[in-house]
Design a binder for this molecule. Structure first.
Ligand SMILES: CC(=O)N[C@H]1[C@@H](OP(=O)(O)OP(=O)(O)OC[C@H]2O[C@@H](n3ccc(=O)[nH]c3=O)[C@H](O)[C@@H]2O)O[C@H](CO)[C@@H](O)[C@@H]1O
Ligand SMILES: C=C(OP(=O)(O)O)C(=O)O
Length: 435
């Protein structure tokens, strides 16, 4: 098990370029299965989850040429579907959430798919109902085999229909969209998720020949087409990494410029960090976070305590709730953090409390943070990273803390943050990867 050893308390300085977006990459790379032609994808993040998905495609006989680390040329002209029934596939795909999105394109193109119990963060119940019910509405039949733990899906003909999703599931919407692009007739998806990840997917599919309207909204209308062709696609910068770097800069009193952030695709993210009192300058498409001694959490207009909660896009993403929480521990003032979507994502606060943070975990979904206002620094400790975003939050805490911290189980962090130790060292951090 790998760990990070961090000597905290150093002020960082410099520029950092965000990686390509993890959650977009998982959708986009799954979509290459929709065509036998070449698809070139750039700005691919070099992270565990994405590399594993690329490996899975390779095992399925998809040709993968990686001329540079951030660029892949895929060609799915001779796909081996049988691999999907193998023990190897079950094991590997069970290590990431994104593998579930292979099902939509496989159904669309090969009329059958298998979904093993997907992996990803253990942050609460993560059901697949939206995916499966959506596929069923398009005409697929499924059966769950408890013996092998697979959902088996089949569809002789996929037929467009109207559907109102029970919740705007991100991967669920992506899956249904990919299944519907080659269905017969018109599919209308209401209560669709509309994160930039999905907007990017729909734009890519459109370039491949799909006919999709309503992109960016929660009402997608898809006219099925008979064939999709090759294309090129460039991933947006990872908005979760960008938010993480804003929190990191404020918490460690660092002067950091986050380059090429694609501000227009960040939604309310900068605003939420502003509500914590963090000063930012927007220079072209860069965000400059100047070194700041103090940041003071705003109140609501009537003077009541601020609440930061997650909500489907264009609301605030649940993937930045842990980062906001840790950043608030050194602010002046108080905030209630409400993680509505996932029920096991806030338990990491016990480690922050051990480090000296003032936090009351009200219940699994809510934590009240009473900012220390730099009256005292956090103390370095040994801790383990329970999930990807909690892991980075603990890393931010460790970088700001007095003394040495050890963060174990950093595979969780490596799932989604590219070469994070190297990149932080370039900013002046004292961080080492140890085994
Ligand atoms: C690979 C990938 O893209 N992962 C992201 C994706 O996961 P994923 O697509 O798995 O997450 P879903 O959007 O399906 O939903 C996540 C959870 O939130 C609940 N839920 C969802 C919508 C809603 O309106 N109310 C609600 O309570 C669901 O029941 C589920 O438990 O979206 C999540 C929610 O943004 C992110 O945390 C994950 O990083
Ligand atoms: C929860 C996350 O990822 P996944 O859905 O891949 O587990 C995340 O990126 O914060």
């Amino acid at each position: 098990m790998l760990s990070f050893e961090v000597n905290g308390g150093k002020k960082l300085q410099g520029e950092i370029i965000p990686q390509g977006a993890k959650n977009e990459a998982l959708q986009i790379i799954s979509a290459v299965l929709l065509t036998p032609e070449k698809v070139t994808i750039t700005n691919i993040p070099d992270i565990l989850d994405v590399n594993l998905l690329i490996e899975l495609l390779g095992e399925m006989n998809v040709k993968v040429d990686r001329p540079q680390r951030d660029t892949c040329i895929f060609q799915a002209d001779n796909v081996n579907i049988d691999y999907l029934r193998s023990e190897d596939y079950r094991k590997k795909s069970g290590r990431l959430r994104g593998s579930v999105m292979l099902a939509g394109p496989l159904l669309a193109r090969f009329r059958k798919a298998f979904i093993p119990k997907p992996g990803g963060d253990k942050i609460g119940r993560r059901r697949l109902d939206t995916h499966i019910i959506g596929f069923e509405k398009l005409g697929a039949t499924f059966n769950y085999e408890s013996g092998d733990g697979f959902f088996h899906l089949e569809a002789q003909n996929l037929k467009g229909t109207y559907m109102l999703l029970d919740e705007p599931s991100v991967t669920g919407t992506a899956n249904i969209v990919m299944a519907a692009v080659m269905a017969k007739g018109t599919t209308t998806i209401y209560n669709a998720a509309c994160e930039p990840y999905l907007q990017q997917l729909c734009k890519m599919l459109t370039r491949m020949g799909a006919r999709i309207s309503g992109i960016g909204s929660n009402l997608l209308v898809i006219e099925g087409v008979g064939y999709l062709g090759g294309t090129e696609h460039r991933m947006l910068p990872d908005m979760i990494e960008i938010g993480s770097f804003i929190g990191l800069a404020a918490m460690t009193q660092s002067d950091i410029t986050i380059k090429n952030v694609s501000l227009e695709n960040l939604g309310v993210i900068p605003e939420k960090f502003k509500q914590l009192g963090i000063q930012m300058d927007f220079i072209g498409d860069d965000i400059h976070v100047p070194a700041q001694e103090m940041y003071e959490i705003q109140t609501f207009l009537d003077g009541s305590v601020l609440t930061v909660y997650d909500h489907p896009w264009p609301g605030f993403t649940p993937d930045l709730i842990s980062i906001v929480l840790v950043t608030a521990t050194q602010a002046k003032g108080s905030v209630l953090i409400h993680q509505k979507m996932f029920e096991s994502r806030l338990f990491f606060v016990d480690k922050l409390i051990d480090m000296g943070a003032r936090i009351i975990l009200c219940d699994p979904h809510r934590a009240a943070v009473i900012g220390l206002g730099r009256e005292q620094n956090l103390r370095g400790i040994t801790m383990s990273s329970p999930d990807i975003r909690a892991g980075v939050s603990l890393l931010i805490a460790a970088l700001s803390a007095d003394g040495r911290s050890t963060i174990q189980n950093i595979e969780q962090i490596d799932r989604g943050y590219q070469h994070i130790d190297e990149r932080l060292r370039k900013l002046g951090a004292d961080i080492r990867r140890i085994s």
